[in-house]
Design a protein around this ligand. Structure first.
Ligand code: PMV
Length: 340
């Protein structure tokens, strides 16, 4: 290892992502029970700076928008512990440093945009830079994705873009999907906020409920088939088949929550009303507008840029305005970046 300078500062930003085929349930050290596919977002990202100060012992301070948030220390310390176990030599420098992490999200909290994906994506990008400086070896993109995965599974898919898969070619890291038809190369995501209440059940608890789930084997089978079929649809330019799978995946995720041993519901009445409105609009206009859901009540509406104007007019109608409190317009992005 190189001699550590007294002070190092690195910066990076990483986008959030929305899954088309959902990762739900895990085993071992953050390995997914099933393969997943996602769209990398563009405007919804986390920007992070990481200052490493040489010290006799380990310490950590995390700031969100300038405010100290001791609540984040537990998650990040758990991440460090995993790194020490799996890669003990490479990250030894953390044990003799004070880390000051300053972070900012471009999107509001609890809106159905996965902040843990962008947060750990940005942290992994920063850690990769510290690693390169102190161990004089640049990490491969797969290794950065693996670092992100150890913080939050879906963060593995926030390093690259525009589409990523995780859990098929490797369970350790995500990779960009190649040869997608041009019809998918300008996808948009209108995130419709039905409720920004804090989730009652975290995704960590939800993943855990899959261990003993009565539909566990059926879900793994369904996700593998959907994974295969949605890639085919995306490579063949079949938007309608893509949308069918997208919506089935979203509702399957919530059906798994509702049918867990300790059943729970994250959807709100207005989520269901909006699902119905989107399906009716699609039927009436014969246009490829589809919904998906994360682990929460807010809908992500996915559509090609060619129908942007029509979608915006639908979303500004009284029918939709009465169901949602805010809409965040996002689109396909190309992945995480180092900032200077
Ligand atoms: O990365 P986690 O542990 O927060 O899990 C996220 C799971 C879902 O967002 C519900 C689905 C997915 O594949 O992103």
């Amino acid at each position: 290892m190189l001699k550590q300078p007294n002070n190092l500062v690195v910066k990076a930003k990483a986008p959030s992502n929305i899954a088309f085929v959902k990762y739900w349930g895990k085993y071992g050290v953050q390995m997914p029970l099933n393969p997943s596919i996602s769209m990398t977002l563009s405007h919804s990202y986390t920007e992070t700076s990481w200052e490493l100060i040489k010290s006799d012992s380990f310490s950590l301070e995390v700031y969100l928008d300038g405010e100290l948030v001791p609540g984040f220390n537990k998650k990040i310390t758990k991440w460090f512990d995993l790194l020490f176990t799996l890669n003990s030599e490479d990250f030894e420098f953390l044990k003799t440093s004070k880390s000051i992490i300053r972070t900012h999200n471009t999107f509001p909290h609890s809106t159905g945009i996965a902040s843990s994906a962008s947060a750990f994506g940005a942290l992994a990008m920063c850690l990769a830079q510290l690693h390169a400086k102190l161990n004089s070896r640049e990490l491969e993109v797969e290794e950065v994705s693996e670092l992100a995965r150890l913080g939050s599974g879906s963060a593995a898919r926030s390093i690259e873009g525009p589409f990523c898969e995780w859990g098929k070619s490797s369970e350790r890291y995500a990779s960009a999907i190649k040869d997608i038809d041009t019809k998918f190369q300008n996808l948009k995501d209108a995130i419709c906020i039905v409720s920004s209440k804090e989730k009652e059940i975290s995704s960590t608890i939800g993943h855990g409920m899959m261990d003993e789930h009565v539909f566990k084997d059926a879900r793994i089978k369904q996700a593998n088939k959907n994974y295969h079929d949605i890639i085919n649809a995306m490579q063949n330019g079949d938007l309608m088949e893509f949308g069918r799978i997208l919506e089935q995946e979203a509702l399957s995720l919530h059906a798994l929550m509702m049918s867990s041993h300790d059943s729970y519901t994250l959807l709100e009445g207005n989520s269901i009303e909006l699902i119905k409105a989107v399906r009716q609009w699609r039927q009436a206009h014969k246009e490829p507008l589809f919904f998906t859901l994360d682990a929460g009540p807010n809908l992500h509406l996915i559509y090609p840029a060619s129908i942007e104007e029509k979608v915006r007019s639908f979303l500004s109608s009284n029918e939709v305005s009465s169901l949602v409190s805010n809409i965040i317009y996002d689109e396909l992005g190309s992945g995480a970046q180092v900032c200077n």
